[in-house]
Design a protein around this ligand. Sequence first.
Ligand code: CA
Length: 221
Amino acid sequence: MRLLLLEDDMTVAQGIVEGLARSGMGVDHLESAEPAEGAIALTNYDLVMVDLGLPGMDGLEFIRRIRLRNIALPVLILTARDGLEDRVRGLDIGADDYLLKPFLLPELQARIRALIRRSSATTASEVTFGPLCFNLGLRTATLLKCHLDITMREWEVLQHLILSAPNVTTKQKLADSLSSWDNEISTNAVEIYISRLRGKLQDSGVLIRTVRGIGYRLELI
Ligand code: CA
């Protein structure tokens, strides 16, 4: 997953970036909303976290502007404001959920997973694809009912493929989802993760098909 964080409090931002990186999520951080519209246009984010009180354009205005442009990106408000009015306005203009500061990392992670599941049009925390079963909440996978031993990055790649199936996921989308500005992952690295996953999925009935020039698709044989 690749996320964008708009937060002007550096301590809070650092905690979020480092905490989410430990669970394999790439987070790009901006201290103000003005450059965020450009960032969204250039990168395939899975979700954006928005602090409401930002210098310059505030979080509410940013959300209003991206929704006016019909950008369907999931938006999670992170706010210290306890005013009900701001939260209601945020949801009314198109945010998907909010979290009041201070919050604990596991709650933030759970909200992110819930919003991404919703935007992937699946509500179950368990997603199955033939003999492959993914628990999005626990971040575990089983294959033919046995624990599948995969790294965090392999998990990310396979999660994208399973949530997109039967559609093709582009190589660039996979690279973007594993990257952050501080840690750019190339499409060559994606090929390596795909190759390792193929080894682990061998003879299971699940196949990662290469769609030439486009990307990969998960298939049952
Ligand atoms: Ca703030």
